[in-house]
Design a protein around this ligand. Sequence first.
Ligand code: GCV
Length: 709
Amino acid sequence: MRKTLLLLSLLCVAHLLHAEDGYDLWLRYNRIDNNDLLISYRKTITAIHVAGQSPTMGAVKKELELGLNGLLDTHIAVTNKPANNTLIAGTLEALADLKLEDKPTGPEGFLIVSKVIDGKHYTIITGNTAAGVLYGTFHLLRLLQTHQPIEKLHIISTPRVKLRLLNHWDNLNRYVERGYAGISIWNWHTLPDYIDDRYIDYARANASVGINGTVLNNVNANATVLTAPYLQKVAALANVLRPYGIRVYLSARFSAPIEIGRLKTADPLNDTVRQWWQAKAKEIYQLIPDFGGFLVKANSEGQPGPQSYGRNHADGANMMADAVAPFGGIVIWRAFVYDPQANDRFKQAYAEFTPLDGKFRKNVLVQVKNGPIDFQPREPFSPLFGAMPQTPLMMEFQLTQEYLGQGTHLVYEAPLFKEVLDADTHAKGPNSTVAKVIDGSLYEHTLSGIAGVSNVGNERNWTGHLFGQANWYALGRLAWDYNLTSEQIATEWIRQTFSNNPAVVASIKEIMLSSREAVVNYMTPLGLHHIMGNGHHYGPAPWSNKAPRPDWDPVYYHKADATGIGFDRTASGTNALEQYQPAVRKLYADSNTCSDQYLLWFHHVSWQHKMHSGRTLWNELCHKYQQGVDSVSAMQHRWEQLKSHIDPERFHQVQMLLAIQHKDAIWWRNVCLLYFQTFSKMPFPANYEKPDHTLEYYQQQRFPYAPGN
Ligand code: GCV
């Protein structure tokens, strides 16, 4: 009796230890809770055979055992002799005896096929490389986790984009710039000797969605990462990530030759400087033979760069590209530049970079943020996409929600990513989408890439807000295949993360799919942008006009005055529109036909301007802000109804954060409407909630320790 009690209490403790705290992300591998399916899966897969011994095949074997033992809640035998109903995983070469007719394509593609050979039923996962097998493995596990049939599989999949990267803005002291999920997961102090399990789980999570590279450190870079002791640490991480198909990259500080090399200059055309980078590259590749390359932020927001020596971005990028080229490395050079003197920050990146098209080395990609300003809730696509045909352009999205409610707001970003990728640049006629620029197909580039600024930190659930995980997930899935819809990706993620119950899936999906438009509406509707608090970027401060540079001030962007509101970027204003193709320009050029979404991005319009809804601009603004608040109420309501379907820990976390989001949405609405009313002088339309504080009250609020700044 006492033994039974002891066992029971141990089981309870074990259960408690495995409470749903979000750590397992979308790789929970809980027992399939549909009996018929469970029985059928157990019949289809009774054993695993993994061909090959490489570290990556080791990762395949480990994941299959972990996943299948958990999902099927049984012990799956690992066998050397495939019998009936064995799951076989191996490279095409290792499985040559099976004489498969279908072939996976490309170095990372995979084939999953159900096949009867000599009367035996097999499920086969193969790829041209072990990495392909690994991606196929995660795909198969996803099928089980999302309750899909697996008896008759025939799936061939290849990534559309070559480099699928996370960019960590992690500093060496573990502070994460714009990070809202704790400190950096990289513990530089204990590396290279201490390998945290988290590094491996991070690798698994990335591989499961096809992410194949990670830039470990902040683009506001510290040259110390390039010193010998730190390169040992980087090499240790590379060793952990390699079996999962992930290469490491480093953000390189342009002035490193001065700071750690004791040179007097970092001039990219200086021979000693060039030799310094060449030697540095050699040193790195000796330790990390598959090192990906450098990411560089230069001459932007105070970072050093080639312009300090009268050189241009191509001079800088090429000098570094030459250093890594002998080892197969690349340079990712960021186009995020803007000059306080310019009359419109929107135009700066295009102005600096388009003249350099064709001047970059073959192993350089130029990384462009999705919009022309800076990761706002909604931006038109950056005019650089489609404007540099001779240069591979890499997409930079931001997973960390710097301007989207940070770690406290639930915002599913896939619709934002899709909106940009699907946008038509018209660069080579209709259907020249941003996606086709990015995947290299429009201009036949072999290098292609998508990066997401990481939202990962050391918080137990990785991303602070549980739903931030969905953005990490979505980035990988879209980089693999941008034709997936936001809805498909959300469905997959929900099924793996929460439940396969159709009602639960439908409700959470509704919450997720409405969340992006909600944040646009309660923060920056109708094309408003960059009206948040200075520095921390949390919360509204449309009155701000005292930043160290004008293009950091909200007033620079909304330009509200007695006559109206919005930034005139047409020919009568800064003419930023000129940077787009005529067909795109035409979409936005006329304030009467420009879609409401972008109206104030491109036009300064009167408060009385007649909107498509028939309302005046002022009334529409009030309507949109209220709509944003109402959407968050609806999200809260939906979540409340899920209480009995979600484990208490995760339910409560999201519930509390949604309450903050609701408060914040009201705050945004009240502040913006009260402030803009000082110009419009128009009353709030009837039947709308009135602000509960004065503008002065809101202006006095301070957030000195807001995170991530
Ligand atoms: C890494 C914005 C952010 C900065 C960030 C910068 C960039 O300005 O506020 O924190 O710096 O973008 O992308 O380089």
